[in-house]
Structures are given as structure tokens and as C-alpha cells.
Design a protein around this ligand. Structure first.
Ligand SMILES: Nc1ncnc2c1ncn2[C@@H]1O[C@H](COP(=O)(O)OP(=O)(O)OP(=O)(O)O)[C@@H](O)[C@H]1O
Ligand SMILES: [Mg+2]
Length: 425
């Protein structure tokens, strides 16, 4: 071989070596490209799955979605999901399975403190069923492992607790699980267990809310019953007083039949007491006006003016000066003119009764934040601090001579509440 032949041979070998090195690189690149594609695909799938999981708060739907995803993505034909339903029970229970014969589901529980469960909790990663069957050949869970030949077991862990186990059968294609598959399944399982915990939390909050609502309903009902009981007792008491007075005076009347003047006096008392009973009954009836008494657009200033003209004469006689302060344009309110008239009248009569020596009565009507505010004030002694909490109670009165029923403000309260308004002193 000449010098130049040798040189040619060397360079040819160098080219060949370079060629095979390039081939190798291309194979490597193709492989890493394949892996990259798989990773992107997995990530995208995981993203989609986790989005689906997060949108679902129904426990059963979640479980179903998870199993179908695992089956579909991995190309396996059977799967089973064991979940920790009642933590105190200490067992994982079969929540759902696909592609397993019914009779094979006999093993429905796995002990959470069993060696298999503890092992998977510590390792916190998927294992092949073959590997686990080798390690735990004499354990009761072996039966389940054997139901998934060539398959995988994936632990579901949440805040360092084993919440469940997923069993997958071997791939239909017969190809064993790759590391990528295990990574993918682990991630999906993690997403799933978080979603399950969310759903649980949601369910238990929903339950708690329902219980709370029921308790509130009961409370309102029993409060209402108590209020009715209390009111009935008060009514009975209020009506009983005049009744026994009437009975006594009729008795006296009988005995003084030959003394017309005395009889007359006694009958006068009877008449007064009867009218007191009539007044109580009339006021009580006001409580029970049908709640939807005709509702129309009402000009509160007009209603107030018509009430004032009714009592004008009385107020004048008692030397009470009225001053009206109405805002420029007061919007109409929706309500019953008759009922509102009654409220205004009760307030004005109270003012009159508490200013026996005369004084001033001021009526203000103004618009505040789209509401109409009506204030009735007088220059009388005012309401004692300790009475304030009780003035809207039925039969609460400080009128000493027995002239008050104590129903006036209670009726006002009922009417204003029914109108969606507020009344305060
Ligand atoms: N303008 C007022 N000044 C002082 N106290 C008042 C005034 N309005 C109401 N009150 C207090 O509130 C109590 C309850 O009033 P409410 O109108 O319900 O009953 P009443 O006026 O006593 O009886 P009735 O309305 O049957 O005459 C009164 O007894 C009084 O103590
Ligand atoms: Mg009154």
C-alpha cells in the first residue's frame, strides 16, 4: 500500500466513524424527541384531567372519571379503586371497579394497617402487581393482586395518610408499564385524591348547612309558638280583668235595683269595661289584617296630612302645636294607605297622650338613600331608657289609669315590618 493509499484508507475510516457517531446521535435525538413528545402529551392530559377533576364536586362522578381516565390513557382493561370512606373504620373499601367479574369482587376491603398498605404509604409510588405479589405472597391482599396480572398498584396519599389504592390490570397491548406511565399515573392519582378531599369537604359542608337551616327553621317555629303562647296568655289576662270587673258590677247592679242612681253608676263602669274589651279586640284584629292588603303607590305626605286633619281639632284643644317638615319631593312608597294611616295615627295619639299640658309635635318626612324616613317627635317627657326595649311588645303600657291597651306600637311594628320597613324609637 502506497503512502497515499494509506492516507485515503485512514480518512475513509474517519468518515465511517463520524457517520456511525452521527447515526447514534440521530437515534438518541429521535428517542429524546419521542420522550419529549410523550411528556408534553402527558402534561397536557394531566392539565385537562385536573381541570375536569376540579370542576367536579360530586364524589361518584369523580371516582368514575378517574377510573375511566386511567383505563383509557393506559390502554388497560381492568381497574379497581379502594377508598378510605370512614377513616375510623381502618379499612379501604372497594369504591368502584371496571372490567372485573362480579364474583371476583369478593375482596372488598383492605386493612389500612396491613403490611401492603403500610408499605405503599411509606414508598409513596406505584409498584407492579408482580413485584408486590412477590413481597407479600402470604398476605390476604394477595388475592386482589392476582386479579390484576401484569398490572400496577398506585397509592393515593393526602396529607401523609393513605386515602386509597388503585389497581390496574396489564395493558391490552401486552407491553409492560414504562417509567413514564408510572409518573403519569402518580400525577393523575395525586390530582384525584385532592379532588376527592375537596368533594368530601364540600359534601360535609353542604350537609352541615342543611342541618343548620333545619335547626334554624325549628328554632323559628318554636319561637313563634312560644310567642303565640305568651301573647294568648296576655290577651286572656287583659280581657279577664275587665270581665271580672263587669261581673262584679253587674252583681252590684242587681243588688241596687231600687237605687236608680247607684245602678246607673255601676252600669257606667260596665259600659267602660266593655268598651275597653272592644278596643282590645279591635286592635288585635289589626294584627291579623291579610298580609297582602291592597298595595298601591302611596304618597306618605298625603296620608300624613289626612291623619293630621282628623286630629287637628283635638290637638288644638290640647294646645299642641304641629309643625310639618317635608322634603321637597318625596317619592311614593308601595303599601296600604289604610294601614299607614293607622300607624301615623297611633304615633300622633301617643304624642298627644303624653303631652297633657300641651307642647309641640313635629313631623318630618324626608328621603334618605332612596328610602322614605318619617319621624314623629314631641316635646313631652319622652320614653324612659328602661322602657325602650319593651315599647313594641303587645300590652306593654305605662299609662297608669288603665286607659292604654299597650297595643298601639305593637300594631305599628307589625304593619311596618310587613311593608318591609323599619320602626324604631
Ligand atoms: N310619645 C310618647 N312619649 C312617651 N312615651 C311613649 C310615647 N309613645 C309611646 N310611649 C311609651 O310606649 C308605651 C307603649 O305605647 P303603645 O302605643 O303601644 O301603647 P299605649 O299608648 O300605652 O296604649 P294605647 O296605644 O292602647 O293607648 C306607652 O305606654 C309609653 O310608655
Ligand atoms: Mg298608644
Amino acid at each position: 500500500m502506497t503512502q497515499s493509499d494509506k492516507a485515503k484508507d485512514r480518512s475513509q475510516r474517519a468518515v465511517e466513524m463520524l457517520g456511525s457517531a452521527i447515526d447514534l446521535k440521530i437515534t438518541e435525538l429521535t428517542e429524546s424527541n419521542r420522550q419529549l413528545k410523550r411528556k408534553i402529551f402527558d402534561l397536557y392530559t394531566i392539565f385537562e384531567i385536573s381541570r375536569n377533576f376540579n370542576a367536579v364536586l360530586d364524589y361518584d362522578v369523580l371516582v368514575d372519571t378517574f377510573l375511566l381516565t386511567s383505563l383509557g390513557q393506559m390502554g388497560v382493561s381492568s381497574a379497581a379503586l379502594y377508598l378510605l370512606d370512614v377513616p375510623e373504620a381502618g379499612t379501604l373499601t372497594l369504591a368502584e371497579s371496571k372490567g372485573i367479574a362480579h364474583e371476583e369482587q369478593a375482596t372488598r376491603t383492605i386493612r389500612i394497617d396491613g403490611v401492603l398498605a403500610l408499605f405503599l404509604l411509606t414508598e409513596a409510588r406505584p409498584f407492579t402487581t408482580a413485584d408486590l405479589a412477590g413481597r407479600f405472597a402470604d398476605q390476604p391482599e394477595r388475592v386482589i393482586l392476582d386479579m390484576f396480572p401484569g398490572g400496577l398498584v398506585i397509592p393515593l396519599i393526602f396529607s401523609a395518610q393513605l386515602k386509597g389504592l388503585v389497581f390496574l390490570g396489564g395493558k391490552v397491548s401486552g407491553i409492560p408499564f414504562a417509567l413514564d406511565d408510572m409518573d403519569f399515573l402518580s400525577t393523575v392519582a395525586n390530582q384525584f385524591v385532592v379532588a376527592v378531599e375537596n368533594a368530601r369537604l364540600f359534601q360535609s359542608e353542604k350537609r352541615a348547612l342543611l342541618e343548620l337551616k333545619e335547626a334554624q327553621r325549628q328554632l323559628v317555629l318554636s319561637e313563634r309558638l312560644a310567642a303565640i303562647g305568651e301573647l294568648s296568655a296576655k290577651i286572656a289576662h287583659e280581657v279577664n280583668n275587665p270581665l271580672s270587673i263587669i261581673s262584679n258590677y253587674l252583681h252590684l247592679c242587681e243588688r241596687s235595683l231600687n237605687d236608680p242612681e247607684a245602678s246607673h253608676r255601676h252600669l257606667e263602669v260596665v259600659r267602660q269595661e266593655l268598651s275597653r274589651i272592644a278596643r282590645i279586640v279591635r286592635q288585635l284584629l289589626d294584627f291579623h289584617r291579610p298580609p297582602k292588603a291592597e298595595r298601591v303607590e302611596v304618597q306618605t305626605t298625603e296620608v300624613m296630612n289626612s291623619v293630621l286633619s282628623l286630629v287637628e281639632y283635638q290637638l288644638e284643644k290640647k294646645r299642641i302645636a304641629v309643625s310639618r317638615r317635608y322634603d321637597g319631593s318625596i317619592p311614593a312608597v308601595i303599601g296600604s294607605p289604610e294601614q299607614l294611616k293607622q300607624v301615623f295615627l297611633n304615633l300622633i295619639i301617643n304624642a298627644r297622650d303624653f303631652m297633657p299640658e300641651g307642647g309641640g309635635l313635629t313631623i318630618e318626612i324626608e328621603t334618605t338613600d332612596n328610602n322614605v324616613r318619617i319621624a314623629v317627635s314631641d316635646t313631652g317627657p319622652g320614653i324612659a331608657e328602661e322602657h325602650l326595649p319593651r315599647i313594641f311588645e303587645p300590652f306593654f303600657t305605662t299609662k297608669e289609669d288603665g286607659s292604654g291597651t299597650g297595643l298601639g306600637l305593637a300594631v305599628c311594628f307589625g304593619i311596618i315590618s310587613e311593608h318591609g320597613g323599619r320602626i324604631e324609637a
